[in-house]
Design a protein around this ligand. Structure first.
Ligand SMILES: C[S@@+](CC[C@H](N)C(=O)[O-])C[C@H]1O[C@@H](n2cnc3c(N)ncnc32)[C@H](O)[C@@H]1O
Length: 309
């Protein structure tokens, strides 16, 4: 009974209204995003759109950048600069920022599935101590579900965006209020939420690192290097959609959809640092150019069809 009340306290919020980015710190993001979105929507600019994005396609999670979709965080206005006025370096930086601002999460059922397949790899199925860390923890639901599912582990979340970190803290307060005092004390002692850049987070004592990496394709190379450098041997890393191709990690299991979730979940283990030949990371995440271009042209056609409706 108490457990279901606790679970209830950490549902909802996933459809939270994305704020339109108006703060000064996002001015450059908005400027470049508006130029790119206009080029996507304007038939005469589409060859330029393809030519400019193609060399950067490894920075994309899907064929198109998330921010130019209808539900992105760009304001509804015309661009001040055209795509031709945006430099290549600005474009590349924009694509990195765009991918990491995307929000997404597993459903409660998918999280249950995830913890069920993870537990057998943990000391005493998650009751034997250890540290679970969600890098890019958003609203904190994975961290809090982990605290309930893995009662012996400390559970931490690291989130970059202030408003998401605040939503996570409010959710944690709701979770603590939903249980009795003893349960609240026990959970509060094990859960930590931090507003921080994940590249600055200390993961050196992690037992498991969780990455909802579906939109982290441009960050995977750097993340792989950080995790290989800092994680203890034997630590586990799980990723979604995007594999972790760094040679410091061995694939333990791959869960294709819909066994755990709507997307593929990969489970890795930090291998003995002395094994595995170095592989140039850049080559690992380069999508095929022709396939990418075909998918973009299909997206143009879909956009035009929707406009005509
Ligand atoms: C796809 S969401 C996943 C949220 C959460 N892990 C979950 O599964 O429910 C990814 C989150 O990573 C955050 N993020 C992106 N780059 C980050 C960084 N450098 N440091 C910390 N968080 C970051 C985003 O703001 C976003 O909230």
């Amino acid at each position: 009974m108490q457990h279901s009340a606790l679970r209830q306290a950490i549902t909802d919020g996933e459809q939270h209204l994305r704020p339109v980015l108006a703060e000064a710190q996002f001015q450059r993001y908005v400027e470049v995003g508006l130029a790119l979105r206009a080029a996507f929507r304007t038939p005469a600019l589409r060859e330029v759109f393809i030519a400019r994005l193609k060399p950067h396609r490894r920075l994309l999670a899907g064929p198109l950048p998330a921010g130019i979709h209808r539900h992105g965080m760009l304001p509804p206005q015309a661009p001040r600069r055209s795509l031709a006025e945006i430099t290549d370096a600005e474009l590349a930086q924009w694509l990195v920022d765009d991918g990491r601002l995307v929000y997404g999460e597993f459903t409660p059922q998918e999280l249950d599935n995830y913890f069920a397949v993870l537990a057998p790899w943990l000391p005493e199925q998650g009751r034997g101590g250890g540290h679970f860390i969600d890098l890019g923890s958003g609203l904190g639901k994975v961290v809090m579900t982990a605290a309930l599912a893995l009662p012996g582990m400390r559970c931490s979340g690291v989130e970059l965006l202030g408003y998401r970190h605040e939503m996570a803290q409010a959710r944690l307060a709701a979770l603590l209020a939903a249980g009795d005092a003893q349960a609240a004390t026990a959970i509060a002692a094990r859960v930590r939420l931090r507003q921080q850049d994940m590249f600055e987070a200390d993961v050196s004592d992690a037992t498991v690192v969780y990455l909802y990496s579906t939109c982290f394709a441009p960050l995977m190379e750097r993340l792989g290097e950080k995790l290989a450098r800092e994680l203890p041997q034997g630590a586990l890393v799980s990723t979604t959609t995007v594999p972790l191709l760094h040679p410091g990690f061995e694939l333990l299991q791959r869960f294709d959809p819909p066994s755990v979730a709507w997307t593929t979940v990969f489970l890795y283990r930090r291998r003995d640092a002395s094994r595995g030949a170095p592989v140039p990371a850049r080559a690992l995440y380069e999508p095929d150019g022709a396939a990418w271009e075909a998918a973009v042209r299909a997206a143009f056609a879909l956009h035009d069809a929707e406009q005509g409706e």
